[in-house]
Design a protein around this ligand. Sequence first.
Ligand code: GLC
Length: 398
Amino acid sequence: MAYEYIRRFERLGMGMFVHFGLYSVLGKGEWYLVSNPHPDKEAYAALPAKFRVRADWAKGLARTAKRAGAKYITLTTRHHDGFSLYDTCGLNTFDAPHSAAGRDLVAEFVAACREEGLVPFFYHTLLDWHEQSYNSDFKAYIDYLCESLTLLCTRYGQVGGFWFDGMWDKPDADWQQDRVYALLRKYQPEAMIVNNTGLDALGETGHHEIDSVTFERGAPAAVKIKDKPIAGEMCQVLNDHWAYAKNDVNYKSVSTFINDLVDCRRYNCNYLLNTGLRGDGRVNPTDKCLLGEVGKWIRANKNFIYGAHGSGMACDGGFVLEDEKAWYIVVKDVAMSADPNVQRRLAEQKVRVDGRVAGKAYWLDSGEKALLQDGNLSVLPYDYGTSYSVRVVKVEKQ
Ligand code: GLC
C-alpha cells in the first residue's frame, strides 16, 4: 500500500534520539562553539585526537534503548559542527575514521540496532559550521550534502529514515529540496523523511516529500493532513541539552516523559526521547536510569502504546486510545492511597467516557477489574507501594 512505511513508522511509537559527536568529549552541549560566550576554538579543533570511542558503545546504546521501550534510534550522523560519525570516503577528513576512534561509527551503530531488532534512523545536519562552502558557495555546499547523503543511503543497508535539522538557519537559501529528497527516494524509497521545523514552527508541514512533522520540545497536537498521510513526532530532551552536558542537572521527571508519551499517542505521534552520550560513547548513568524507568512503565502497561492511537471518543477527565481489539482509557496523576501521615489521599477522580466504550475492563498495570458502568469509570488510587502516575484501563471490544 502506498505510504505503508509511514504507518509502520507510527506503529513504532517511541524512539530514542542520540546526540554523539566531538562535543560529547567536552561535555558542554552540542552548541558549545556558537552558544558558549567564550568558546575555546583551539581546544575544539583538538577534539578529534581525543575522540576515543569504546568498542562496545553501540551495543550498550542499543541495549539501553531497548530497555527504555524504544523501537528505533535516531543518531546524529553529522551535527552542526560538521563532524561525521561515518566514513566520508574522501569528501573530507573531518570524520570518525580520521579521529582517535579510527573507524566508521555509523556502521557499528547500524549493526547494533539490527542485533537488538531496532530500526536505525539518521539525523543529519543541514547547517554546517565547518564546511566553508556553506557560506561561500551554497550550490557547492548542496553538492557536498548530496554526496554525503548518497554515502548514508548506499553503505548501511535499509534505514528507517532521515531526520534533517538546521534549514531554519538559512530560510531563504536555495536548499534544492526536490533534488535532496529525490536522491533519498531513489536509494531508500521506504525511508521516512523528516525535517525539523524547530521551536518556532511546531507541527508545521513543509515540502510535499516530508513524511512527518516535528514538535521539538513542544506538545503534540493533531497533524494537519494535506494530500498524503503525514506522521508526527515529538522530540524531548531529558535536561536542557541534547548533547552531554556534565553540569546540567535540570532533569525533567519520569512522570513528565510518561505524560508526553501518552499525549503523543493520543495524536498518533511518536515520542523521541533523547540521550547525549559521554565522549567515549557510554550512556550517561543518570540518563540510563531515567530512560529505564520509562521502559518500566511501558512494560507495566503491557506495551499497549505501540499499536494504540487516538480514538476520538469523548472523555471527561482523561482520554481514550484504541487499537483493533480494545479501547484504552488513560487517566493522569492517579493518587496513591496511604496513611495520611505518608500521603494525603486525594479525592476520587471522576472519569466519564462515551457509553460505546464498554466491555470487559481492567487496569493494565495490576490486572485488577475496573469499575466501568454506563460510561462512568471509578478511578481508585494505587495501593500503597505503587505509583505509576498515569494509569490505563483496557476495555476489550466485544
Ligand atoms: C535543535 C538544535 C540541535 C538539536 C535539535 C534536536 O534544532 O539545533 O542542536 O540537535 O534541536 O531536535
